[in-house]
Design a binder for this molecule. Structure first.
Ligand code: GTP
Ligand code: MG
Length: 914
């Protein structure tokens, strides 16, 4: 491609430079500035809407000005003269072969216009690639010698729709490229609309220096990682903490659009949140694509944002609103706020001179009263009083106290010079003024302790001398002087404050939930939210909805792969002469055999979509495409779903191993889910895989309502319903190598370790293939033996019992090397659902056996007792019981002295198997 461009740049340069002005320097300058834009004619399946069209220009049709006759000019009057398009001068003509594509394709149509942009229209005809270059065109017409500029570039031809056509325009830009033939698929990379700055001096094998431009078709090619490659980076001040970000080059003058170089400072533009490049209305979609991470140039995807723009995250702009529909803008804003690369980087936040660790940042942001508008920078934090400020400045906020984040506070943290120390920090003059107003002695060198509730005492003395915030007028003065006041007490009385403080002191008991891949931790967490009425925020609901919509496409992709196998299998059988047997459709089988059609065959339009979807899925790019493009493909989903071949495939879904279990639930409602107005139900939330796409740590606070009468729990275990609990769900992968990060849970009360009972014959697919039960066991060992969890209570949740019941009769438990000695005495009636201890089902025996294996393992590692609970995460009662059990374990622990004589370990065992 580079060679072709160089040839083109020769061709264009030689033609664009007037014959009379053969100055070589001019020529080179001109050619280095040349830019080319490519487009190909859409050859995919028919769409329900118009797509931009590259209209060929017939050179003969271009109106030209008649030459001004010199006779008509007045003597000595210099007028600008428009030169006509003249017949070519063969001596200036580039040899046609030189500019010809290696493919030898026959050019059919071409459009060319250049000042600095030379777009070239590529065409596909039956998979045959063709390109019309300038020299082709001129060669065929035998004409050359432009001295005037053809008006309108191809980009202008492919102009974005005006306001009235916004949605359609965006759809067109979000089309999956060329879905046509397999050839066109393989060359879909050339769909990218790239604008190259061609450099004459580039050597044969060198890639020309180019500023990569976003694709007009806004999806990444599934095969290509090109658009995230970046050639130039800048380091700011050599600070290793500062993330390297792509640098952008502007084509035009200051204030102009970074892409087309047009416009000025007053033109409405959209700004890339990473590199600051600004794009005009016409260029923004080309430059930013489908915006999977919000408003970023495609080359900036994956990079952290420019922190000075953080406060703009999620705030839609006028320009986007003009360009896209409300839903599309919402989607993009959502992605902008929630995607991983846009999150605040912990290491850029220094608290008391120390950079934060990720878990410290989580703690800081997740506390009851977190710092507002936190951004990278240096802060001080007095964790006794909760005062928080920027390094070298007076406090700006009072956040939750007692947070274990950052280093120790320094006396000079706020650059105070008053000789008055509060909790180890020398306070500023304004703070000293407030203390005086509050009646606190401020003469001489003083050291005070100030608590979060404003009570103060002199260092070394054991007597509270008073409360700063109690005095009337203090808060008002603080407000006037821009000094912070505790947020809780702004509108509440002292009494209320005391109550609040005492509640705050009653920190919730912490239950941490962890398990190996797909053990069911998210499902249990979501079930708990539903059970204890902890609402999903609008954001969470949106995230889950988008996740379900995205996953739907991967389920469809898997189904479509299955369809291919079934079709191939059918044809193979047919070629062996067995087709007749396989075809259940009787006489129509003969007709379909004649044209190689099977009941698994789909039409070309769906085939093209299927090919594209499978390719995107295999290359792992579906997440970048969906859910942004959900709306675009909803009609295809409907068409696909109704197709008999897909239904025939779906009927054989049990044979498609890759199809996860929840797929059936969602595929059954594929059409409804794919629609933009799809409304999420609680059951959908439960069945959705995961919680959000990026969450590795999720937490909720709740209390247990009084147990309903039919609860299996002994009423003696009813507890104060106002007691608070925090359930923290951690994805095992976020615990780091050897579960190092478990140490952030050293203050948890009970660890809930979740194991999927069905894992015994399954193998993990990522990394080294390993039996999932063995992997679970390994994770269990790592966590249990972690020093931070020494002597913690563990509750083993054996999950997916419903699935175990289905599986155990088919697949023996001894498939897992750890369970080789499982030798149940088969019951009289293996299908009986009776699970009492006299006649337990095979699944129950298996559960008891697995529980026993883990208990023994736990004892061998800790010399302590492991508690076990049997759960089916999709059934609320079992989750409720497991969590209430965890609560009991925690409180038993607190009440050991009283309970130790009452509770024997036998009763614990009994309740665990219940
Ligand atoms: N039938 C059935 N399905 C379950 C049960 N628990 C979980 N699942 C399904 O198993 C799959 C994995 O569950 P998740 O809750 O996402 O598991 P996870 O531990 O969060 O998995 P990660 O993605 O590794 O975090 C989902 O499709 C769930 O719907 C269960 O008790 N019964
Ligand atoms: Mg999950």
């Amino acid at each position: 491609m580079a060679a072709i461009l160089r040839k083109l740049s020769h061709a264009i340069a030689s033609s664009a430079v007037p014959a009379v002005d053969g100055d070589r320097d001019d020529h080179e300058d001109f050619s280095t500035e040349l830019e080319y834009s490519f487009a190909i004619e859409y050859g995919g399946p028919p769409l329900a809407y118009d797509i931009p069209n590259a209209v060929p220009v017939d050179l003969d049709q271009i109106p030209t000005a008649a030459p001004v006759s010199s006779a008509s000019l007045l003597h000595n009057l210099l007028l600008p003269v428009i030169q006509p398009i003249a017949k070519s001068n063969p001596s200036n003509k580039k040899p046609r072969e030189e500019a010809k594509l290696e493919s030898d394709a026959k050019p059919e149509k071409a459009i060319f216009s250049s000042n600095s942009v030379a777009p070239i229209a590529l065409e596909y005809r039956n998979g045959e690639k063709g390109v019309s270059t300038l020299s082709d065109k001129l060669g065929s017409s035998g004409k050359l010698g432009f001295s005037c500029r053809l008006s309108g570039s191809l980009e202008d031809v492919l102009e974005l729709p005006d306001d009235g056509q916004e949605a359609q325009g965006f759809q067109s830009y979000m089309s999956p490229g060329n879905w046509g033939s397999s050839e066109s698929r393989s060359s879909s990379r050339s769909l990218s609309s790239e604008v190259f700055s061609g450099r004459e001096e580039a050597g044969e094998d060198e890639t020309p220096h180019h500023v990569k431009r976003p694709s007009t078709v806004t999806f990444r090619d599934p095969d290509s990682n090109d658009i995230v490659q970046e050639e130039e980076f800048e380091l700011s001040d050599g600070d290793e903490n500062v993330q390297v970000r792509p640098r952008v080059e502007r084509n035009g003058t200051k204030g102009s659009c970074f892409r087309c170089g047009k416009g000025n400072r007053l033109t409405d533009k959209e700004v890339c949140i990473v590199c600051g490049a600004k794009y005009c209305f016409n260029c923004v979609l080309r430059a930013m694509g489908s915006m999977p991470e919000g408003r970023k140039c495609v080359t900036c995807i994956g990079f952290g944002i420019d922190e000075s723009r953080r406060k703009k995250l999620g705030k839609g702009s006028r320009l986007l609103k003009r360009l896209l529909t409300k839903l599309e803008v919402e989607l993009i804003m959502e992605a902008e706020i929630s995607c991983q690369p846009n999150q605040l980087p912990a290491k850029l936040i220094f608290v008391n001179d120390e950079p934060l660790l990720q878990e410290e940042l989580v703690r800081l942001q997740g506390c009851r009263n977190p710092p507002k508008r936190l951004k990278p920078g240096r802060y001080w934090y007095d964790n006794v009083s909760g005062f928080w400020g920027k390094e070298g400045h007076m406090p700006c906020q009072i956040i939750s106290p007692q947070l274990n984040v950052g280093g120790h506070i320094k006396p000079e943290a706020s650059k105070g010079d008053t000789n008055i120390m509060i909790n180890g920090r020398e306070i500023t003059k304004l703070e000293a003024f407030i203390l005086q107003l509050a009646g606190v002695p401020c003469e001489g060198k003083l050291h005070y302790w100030v608590n979060a509730d404003g009570s103060y005492q002199e260092e070394g003395m054991n007597k509270v001398k008073g409360k700063i915030w109690d005095k009337t007028g203090i808060k008002l003065v603080c407000n006037v002087l821009s000094l912070p006041i505790p947020s809780d007490c702004a509108n509440v009385s002292a009494d209320e404050m005391n109550t609040q403080n005492s509640i705050e002191k009653k920190m919730p008991s912490k239950l941490v939930l962890v398990g190996y891949h797909k053990s069911g931790t998210s499902t249990i967490f979501k079930q708990a939210k539903l059970l204890y009425n902890v609402p999903f925020s609008e954001d969470e609901r949106q995230n889950i909805k988008f996740m379900i919509q995205s996953r739907l496409y991967s389920y469809l992709g898997i189904l479509l792969e299955g369809r291919e196998w079934f079709e191939e299998e059918y044809l193979l059988e047919k070629s062996k002469g067995k087709g007749q047997l396989l075809d259940e459709s009787g006489s129509s089988g003969n007709a379909s055999q004649l044209n190689n059609k099977t009941k698994y065959s789909i039409g070309p339009r769906l085939k093209a979509f299927a090919d594209w979807l499978i390719k995107a899925m295999v290359s792992g790019n579906l997440e970048a495409i969906f859910p942004a493009a959900t709306r675009e493909y909803a009609p295809f989903v409907e068409e696909l779903w109704k197709d008999p071949a897909i239904q025939a495939t779906y009927d054989r879904r049990n044979e498609i191993e890759m199809l996860p279990r929840p797929a059936t639930y969602f595929l059954n409602r594929a059409v409804e889910i794919s629609r933009p107005d799809y409304e999420l139900s609680d059951i959908d939330i439960l069945y959705a895989e995961g919680i959000t796409s990026s969450n590795s740590l999720t937490s909720m606070e709740f209390s247990f309502p009084l147990s309903p009468g039919n609860s299996n729990l002994d009423p003696a275990y009813q507890r104060d319903p106002s007691l608070r609990y925090q359930l923290i769900r951690v994805h095992h992968s976020s615990l780091g190598g050897n579960c190092k990060l478990v140490e952030m849970f050293e203050d948890v009360d009970v660890v809930l370790f979740c194991v999927a009972l069905t894992d015994y014959d399954e193998f993990s697919v990522d990394g080294v293939s390993m039996n999932k039960m063995m992997a679970s066991k390994q994770l269990f060992e790592n966590i249990v033996t972690h020093p931070a969890l020494d002597r913690k209570d563990f509750l083993l949740i054996l999950n997916k019992f419903d699935l175990l019941e289905e599986k155990i009769d088919e697949v023996p438990l001894s498939r897992c090397e750890w369970f080789l000695d499982f030798n149940p005495v088969t019951s009289q009636n293996p299908n009986s659902s009776n699970n009492n201890s006299n006649n337990p089902t095979l699944a129950h025996r298996a559960f008891q056996y697995v529980a026993m294996k883990f208990k023994r393992l736990f004892r061998s590692l800790t010399d302590r007792k492991l508690f076990v609970s049997l759960v089916t995460a999709l059934e609320p009662d079992t989750v409720d019981e497991a969590l209430r059990y965890a609560r009991e374990i925690h409180h038993w622990d607190e009440e050991v002295p009283r309970l130790v004589t009452e509770l024997s370990s036998a009763s614990i065992d009994a309740s665990s198997s219940a």
